[in-house]
Design a binder for this molecule. Structure first.
Ligand SMILES: N[C@@H](CCC(=O)N[C@@H](CS)C(=O)NCC(=O)O)C(=O)O
Length: 207
């Protein structure tokens, strides 16, 4: 088994968390390196593309969250073996990455510009993505996004929906998901109540 070190910011969400969670679910040992925000400027230059997450595999550092998700998904059995199911899994992860990136680009905007950008996103692309994810979930059988079982695509969407519903994003109504895509709320609850996911976050909360 390769020696793994996953490096990401020190919070339970974002681009690094699906891989962290997948490794826990799969029982794969890894070093969980968490970088505090204050240490990021000094650490940035050590990453290949000036961003995290990164995964070190036997001393070689690789980047890109969805590439890491796929690799970790293969190690943990949380990535489909069937090529078409893998395509469905990838589509969802890449679309989640696209919309997540658009939202992330609003974080450093000044207040007025942020309000305008986020209101436009909420009414426009976020709504569209929610509708499409809901349609894709239904087409895949209604419970999981690919392979009729939990995969890394479910973990990626779980993180995004949790972020949207958290209220942490000013000007994006926290009930938007519930109003637009109730099936994604059910999906969120399905993943959250997976015994190992629930146990992991219970442990994280207590730590
Ligand atoms: N395409 C990359 C994007 C990585 C990325 O932008 N990561 C953010 C954190 S979620 C980051 O490192 N931001 C700090 C910075 O840009 O200074 C991926 O999917 O991993």
């Amino acid at each position: 088994m390769a020696k793994l070190k996953l490096t990401y910011f020190d919070f339970d969400g974002g681009r690094g968390e699906p891989a962290r969670l997948a490794l826990h679910l799969g029982g794969i040992p890894f070093e969980d390196q968490r970088i505090a925000g204050k240490d990021w400027p000094a650490f940035r230059d050590q990453t290949p593309f000036l961003a995290m997450p990164t995964l070190e595999v036997d001393g070689r550092v690789v980047s890109q969250s969805n590439s890491i998700n796929r690799y970790v998904g293969k190690l943990t059995g949380l990535y489909p073996k069937d090529d078409f199911q893998a395509l469905l899994c990838d589509e969802v992860m890449d679309a989640a990455e696209d919309i997540g990136t658009r939202i992330a680009h609003t974080i450093d905007l000044a207040d007025d510009a942020k309000k305008k950008a986020r209101e436009e996103l909420a009414a426009g692309r976020i709504t569209r993505y929610l509708e499409q994810f809901q349609a894709k979930l239904k087409a895949a059988g209604g419970e999981y996004f690919a392979d009729g079982r939990l995969t890394v695509a479910d973990l990626k969407i779980f993180m995004w929906i949790r972020w949207l519903r958290s209220g942490a994003l000013d000007h994006i109504p926290k009930d938007l998901v519930d109003r637009v895509a109730p099936s994604l709320v059910k999906h969120f609850e399905r993943v959250a109540s997976h015994p190992m996911v629930a146990e992991y976050y219970k442990r994280r909360k207590a730590a």
